[in-house]
Write a protein that binds this ligand. Structure first.
Ligand SMILES: Cc1ncc(COP(=O)(O)O)c(C=O)c1O
Length: 396
């Protein structure tokens, strides 16, 4: 394992929140989404809306379990989509506003967005020029936005940092063309990843410094995602102040589009131990996979919290947890437990609702985890089971 592995500092929240959960009857692998935790996150977001007048959308790229949309719809204003498929899912299953952004659109993409999207945001002035008139001629009223790049200090990992040097995300002030803003209703930026309101304050300073004179010409400014609003140490008061001040200063609506904050800690992945092997260290092989079922564990990389487990060496029995694919690096991490692991034991990985189901693959043909909802009384309902057909349908 890399020495410097990212340990999320909210990890204890996840383990705590899912306490009282009994995984013993669950057929694994399976994601379990807790509707009570989801709703408590939504209440925090609804409070931000109420205090500031901002609109908040669910970013489908992070969480798109549509059987939970009837609940989410009660609190949020719509969805943000990254493709025609997400826009369609938003329109058909969520049913409120659909705001779309993609680094570039083909003519076919735009034809799709004319059916499903209410806001279409362009990543460049050349894309705006190519598609603006078609969007403006649409029978449905569709608002147009341009994504700007504030070149602020963004996320620490370049993979997740839209403001990294030479990033393709958004128009920098050097490339900005104020004479082409005719017909543009709003500006959009997305610069954060799992960050606090203090980081947003810094980004806003850059936005105002670079683009301030153009903001009053707009109807709205979309602050993107990456706001970790529902994390226990997030400064919600500061967020509300930043939004309120911005709205008053520029006379624009403010939109936020978090993904992760909506379902933070609201889901777990339950897996079973299939075998225990030894190669200098004890290794447990699970019926899940970092590569296929929790890809950010490898991409970030980070070590997810497991209920009842600790970092290696802290409890008596330490194991390396490995996935069931052929990839040598399909390793979730090293963890310690109070008692030895046995074949059939169930492990519960915390904070697995976001950026998992939406990113999964069927690499090696391994089965996708089922999706289960847990209601406020702890009752479980399987809402999706995956099988061979799901693997076969993607190949020909
Ligand atoms: C344009 C845009 N909006 C919203 C989001 C959602 O971000 P998060 O899930 O971190 O809140 C992302 C994430 O990549 C994004 O790129």
């Amino acid at each position: 394992m890399p020495d410097e592995i990212f340990e999320p500092h909210w990890e204890k929240d996840g383990a705590k929140l899912f306490s009282g959960f009994d995984p013993s009857a669950i057929k694994t692998p399976a994601y379990v989404v807790d509707l009570g935790i989801l709703e408590s996150n939504l209440k925090i977001l609804a409070d931000v809306k109420k205090r500031t007048g901002a609109k908040i959308l669910l970013a489908l790229k992070g969480f798109a379990v549509f059987s939970t949309f009837p609940l989410i719809r009660k609190y949020l204003d719509g969805v943000c989509a990254s493709s025609v498929n997400e826009a369609r899912l938003g329109k058909e299953k969520f049913g409120k506003a659909v705001h779309s952004f993609a680094p570039a659109y083909s003519n076919e993409d735009i034809a799709g967005h004319l059916k499903y999207s209410d806001h279409v945001i362009f990543n460049s002035f050349s894309q705006l020029g190519r598609h603006k008139s078609v969007v403006q001629k649409s029978k449905r009223k569709i608002e147009i936005g341009v994504r700007i790049n504030p070149e602020a200090k963004g996320a620490d990992t370049d993979l997740y940092n839209p403001c990294a040097p030479c990033s393709r995300m958004g128009v920098t002030i050097k490339e900005f063309q104020p004479d082409k803003l005719d017909g543009v209703d709003g500006l959009h930026f997305h610069a954060l990843c799992e960050q606090g309101a203090e980081d947003l304050a810094n980004v806003l300073k850059r936005v105002e410094k670079n683009f301030g004179p153009h903001i009053p010409k707009m109807k709205w400014v979309n602050f993107g995602g990456g706001h970790h609003i529902t994390r226990s140490d997030y400064n919600v008061d500061l967020l509300c102040k930043l939004i309120t001040d911005f709205r008053e200063k520029y006379g624009v609506d403010v939109i936020l589009e978090p993904g992760e904050a909506v379902a933070l800690n609201a889901g777990v992945l339950v897996a079973s131990v299939l075998d225990i092997v030894k190669n200098d260290t004890d290794i447990a092989i699970l019926d899940t996979s970092a590569e296929a079922h929790m890809p950010d564990v490898l991409a970030m990389p980070y070590r997810p919290t497991i209920t009842g487990a600790e970092k290696p060496g802290i409890k008596k029995y330490t194991y390396r947890l490995g996935g069931v694919t052929c990839l040598s690096g399909d390793v979730i991490g090293d963890y310690s437990f109070d008692s030895p692991l046995r074949v059939g034991d169930k492990l519960v990985f915390a904070n697995m609702a976001v950026y998992t189901m939406v990113k999964n693959t069927t690499f090696n043909g391994i089965r996708l985890p089922d999706i289960i909802l847990r209601d406020k009384d702890g009752k479980l309902k399987v809402v999706k089971e995956f099988g061979y057909e799901d693997f076969e349908r993607r190949l020909s």
